[in-house]
Write a protein that binds this ligand. Structure first.
Ligand SMILES: Nc1ncnc2c1ncn2[C@@H]1O[C@H](COP(=O)(O)OP(=O)(O)OP(=O)(O)O)[C@@H](O)[C@H]1O
Ligand SMILES: [Mg+2]
Length: 261
């Protein structure tokens, strides 16, 4: 397989995005094309505006300046083509796994029979078959995040927006989930924007890595990840491009943070 098979056609375009909270400029003049079928990681220090940018891309909050377009149309609110996965899972504790996965489709008034079929498919895809009637409190952190991913995948989104989805699970589960996400994504190739603090995670998953710097949040540099697909967590770690890229990005983030390199 070739490296970065993404066709370089824009799925989403953020253009001249700026966002202020009171006197604090959180994002400054962000310009970013997210290509169709690419896996893009946003990497940056805490507080640099990653979550804010992801929510702007999902139409959940409005920028003070600039626009987001999806398939060439400026978005005015959450677009139906996109689905979000949150760090803290965002599950309803009083709903079962199936009910949680079904919820966005119930809201969207998808016919009941179709919901049932999509829930079954998504729950199986993320390895939760047999847990359909369990409640979130009875699941491990990794399983809860699988529910969050199933809920996003069930609607058949063209774009997935993922905000540090693996940050709340232990290191072993995190690698397991990275591997599962790799194999799911390599089958379906939705356009993904994935926020992370972890350079390793970004290299493992991404076609391109956008490094942000803080105060205000700005795009610092963009890196291509020259590692073939299909990938596994192990194959990425053993790849000759892995260590040099990791070092380059590490140095870049340090330089972006203003500390001595
Ligand atoms: N609703 C809000 N009101 C005021 N300030 C906010 C609000 N949301 C975020 N901020 C501030 O904006 C900045 C960027 O926040 P954001 O959550 O986007 O950063 P982040 O890069 O996602 O951080 P982390 O890595 O910790 O998740 C921070 O300084 C934060 O305190
Ligand atoms: Mg955040």
């Amino acid at each position: 397989m070739t490296v970065a098979t993404a066709t370089r056609q824009a799925k989403a375009v953020a253009s001249h995005i700026s966002k202020w909270y009171g006197d604090l400029e959180v994002l400054h003049d962000i310009n970013l094309e997210i290509y169709q079928h690419e896996f893009l990681c946003l990497l940056g220090p805490s507080g640099c505006g990653k979550t804010t940018l992801l929510r702007i891309l999902d139409g959940l909050i409005q920028p003070d300046e600039g626009t987001v377009s999806l398939d060439g149309e400026v978005i005015q609110g959450p677009p139906r083509q996109a689905a979000m996965v949150f760090q803290q899972f965002g599950l309803f504790p009083w709903k079962t796994v199936s009910q949680n996965v079904a919820f966005p489709m119930v809201l969207a008034r998808v016919p009941q029979a179709s919901i049932a079929e999509k829930v079954r498919w998504a729950v199986e895809l993320v390895g939760l078959k047999g847990f359909e009637d369990a409640f979130p409190d009875n699941l491990s952190g990794g399983m809860r995040q699988r529910v969050g991913i199933a809920r996003a995948l069930a609607v058949g989104p063209e774009m997935l927006l993922m905000d540090e989805p693996f940050a709340s699970v232990d290191a072993y589960t995190r690698e397991l989930l990275q591997g599962e996400l790799l194999s799911i994504w390599e089958r379906f190739r939705q356009t993904v924007v994935f926020v992370t603090h972890s350079i390793d995670e970004a290299i493992t998953l991404a076609d391109r890595i956008v490094v942000l710097k803080a105060k205000p949040g700005e795009i610092y540099h963009v890196f291509d990840v020259p590692i073939e697909r299909p990938r596994t967590v192990e194959s990425v770690r053993k790849h000759p491009a892995y260590e040099p890229l990791r070092q380059t990005i590490w140095d870049d983030m340090l330089a972006g943070s203003g500390r001595a390199v």
